[in-house]
Design a protein around this ligand. Structure first.
Ligand SMILES: [Zn+2]
Length: 247
């Protein structure tokens, strides 16, 4: 049994080089998506093929774990919900903290809540539960082989970091956060820690991570970095879109 991941996007909200932060996790033949930026199907197709999973698509996933609602992490959710409803004909399972869930449907309702359908353009009302099965959790939940824990981070809007266990291995993901030693401690015993680094007070400066204990740094990979980030000079390896990382 193993836990592995494919980075589907590694860039930040302003990137002209990369898709934005998104991970596909696999354990026991099951897939879990962590965040869902647009264009998620193109990200799945291109990076699934690079990573040796050529059939990876929306229908491959047990569900989606959502860290927060900034567009570089969540702009694909509208399409994710429509694809589940109209193509797969089942609801999309979304796992997230209640503070994130609270704002999910109000943000989606203007483009999903009333649809004009058929030749008469009959206005049809849709509810969140027509598209999504939102399962909130404040501490721990499970989905298929995955045990998922969350912890709120220091960011502009409600955001959760994650610890995801499967196959006896643990992935820690900072999500978006200011540098927070207590969060690093919470993530520190994971087999692999995916940590963001970017500019500004609600993100984590590279220098803070580079000064961490070398043993901890060695288990860390970077994500959501700006295009200007010097990947070759980094003492912590940045994730690469379409690689397969086995924990
Ligand atoms: Zn953010």
């Amino acid at each position: 049994m193993t836990l592995s991941l494919i980075p589907l996007g590694v860039g930040d909200a302003f990137s002209a080089l990369h898709y934005s932060a998104c991970l596909a996790l696999q354990a026991e033949g099951k897939w879990l998506l962590v965040d869902c930026p647009h264009p998620i199907r193109k990200m799945l197709r291109e990076n699934g093929r690079r990573a040796g999973a050529p059939n990876l698509d929306v229908g491959s996933f047990e569900g989606l774990v959502l860290t927060h609602l900034h567009a570089d992490h969540a702009s694909g959710i509208e399409g994710w919900g429509f694809f589940h409803h109209f193509v797969l004909r089942r609801r999309a399972i979304v796992l997230t903290h209640p503070w994130v869930a609270r704002d999910l449907w109000p943000g989606l309702a203007p483009s999903m809540g009333v649809l004009a359908r058929g030749p008469e353009r009959t206005k049809t009302a849709y509810k969140e539960e027509d598209f999504f099965e939102v399962r909130t959790f404040v501490d721990q939940t499970t989905l298929g082989p995955f045990t998922i824990r969350c912890r709120t981070t220091w960011h502009h809007i409600p955001t959760v970091a994650l610890r995801i266990e499967a196959g006896g291995r643990t992935l820690g993901y900072s999500a978006d956060t200011a540098f927070d030693p207590s969060l690093i401690e919470w993530l520190s015993d994971a087999d692999l820690i995916v940590h963001e680094t970017n500019l500004g007070g609600a993100h984590t400066p590279y220098e803070k991570l580079a000064s961490l204990d070398p043993e901890l740094r060695a288990r860390m990979r970077l994500i959501a970095f700006p295009d200007s980030f010097d990947r070759d000079a980094s003492v912590i390896a940045p994730l690469v879109e379409g690689e397969r990382v086995t924990l």
